[in-house]
Design a binder for this molecule. Structure first.
Ligand code: MEV
Length: 312
């Protein structure tokens, strides 16, 4: 059977509420960011020499057979072919992404999701979003230590979610569109390091941390209600409270705090770090009119990149 080349994509993501506390069973809210995407193209390798992995962004071109056992691209390809029950095909798999790496925008999960979808479509057995998420989660577990599963879930379903670890996905209804401005500190911060550090501190003294995580869970539940009723002012207020708690937990960074301050001075309804922290991204809630001013304020406060996204 000959197959035509196929292409699949997956969006980036931001966490609106509940990063870190979500790892400990509290609910969190995440939304896709379609302005940045991972793309995977699968075609037959006409030379018939096995599976060739191409990642031009990182200058990588090698056969799957030469990739290490725990190499993330190789792992997701192997797990997906296992799920498809396909044995030793000859393929050329090309992955590109406009999602910055290690910045809290879900780059790893999106790359996995794009590969899984493209392989499913190539073999004419497209996966359900839940299966895309489940396979991507297997890879996240190897790279992030103890991930909650929120990243793979939001990029696989590509819609706003209210997420609790181990529970069926709950789609979030957005009462009125919310305009977010994302500011990238440009400081790379691998998620597993921040999550691992917090886990070690929490293991020493759970009684000091668990009530704080519960408080963040309450914020996420209140935020869900505010988002559903289209109450942007309350969403902004809750973002500020969430950022204050993350700071107290030692998850922020002076640059994140500076960008949050700059956004608030420029009229944001609320601002907070988003994702793992210690660098990466922050988000500010704007109105359609204030977004440009807030974006300019973030850039002049040192943001390396500014992305506007509207959540509906
Ligand atoms: C990373 O995007 C979000 C964290 O809560 C980690 C996780 O949920 O796995 C920091």
């Amino acid at each position: 059977m000959t197959h035509t080349a196929v292409k699949a994509t997956a969006p980036g993501k931001i966490i609106l509420f509940g990063e870190h506390s979500v790892v400990y069973g509290q609910p969190a809210i995440a939304v896709p960011v379609s302005q940045v995407r991972a793309t995977c193209t699968v075609r037959e390798n006409s030379a018939g020499t096995g599976i060739l992995l191409n990642a031009p962004d990182i200058d990588r071109r090698e056969y799957l057979s030469a990739a290490g056992e725990n190499d993330p691209l190789a792992l997701v390809v192997r797990r997906t072919l296992d799920a498809l029950g396909v044995d030793a095909p000859s393929l050329e798999i090309t992955v590109t992404s406009t999602i910055p790496i290690a910045c809290g925008l879900g780059s790893g999960a999106a790359i996995s999701a794009a590969i899984i979808r493209a392989l499913g479509e190539f073999f004419r057995r497209p996966f359900e979003s839940q299966t895309v998420s489940d396979i991507a989660f297997e890879v996240e577990k190897i790279y992030h230590g103890t991930p909650s599963g929120i990243d793979n879930t939001v990029v696989a379903f590509a819609q706003p979610i209210f997420f609790t670890k181990g529970q069926p996905i709950e789609r979030l209804t957005v009462g009125a569109p919310l305009t977010f401005v994302i500011g990238d500190t440009g400081i790379k911060s691998p998620t597993y390091k921040v999550v691992g550090d917090l886990r070690a501190r929490r293991t020493e003294n759970p009684a000091a941390f668990d009530p704080i995580f519960a408080e963040m869970g309450t914020l996420a539940r209140n935020a869900r209600a505010a988002i559903e009723r289209g109450d942007a002012a309350s969403v902004g207020q809750l973002m500020g409270e969430n950022h204050a708690i993350l700071r107290k937990l030692g998850i922020s960074h002076p640059m994140l705090d500076a960008l949050v301050g700059a956004a608030m001075d420029a009229g944001a309804l609320g601002a907070k770090l988003s994702g793992a922290g210690w660098g990466g991204n922050m988000i500010a809630l704007a109105t359609p009119d204030s977004a440009a001013k807030i974006g300019a304020a973030l850039a002049s406060a040192g943001a390396k990149r500014v992305i506007k996204t509207v959540v509906r």
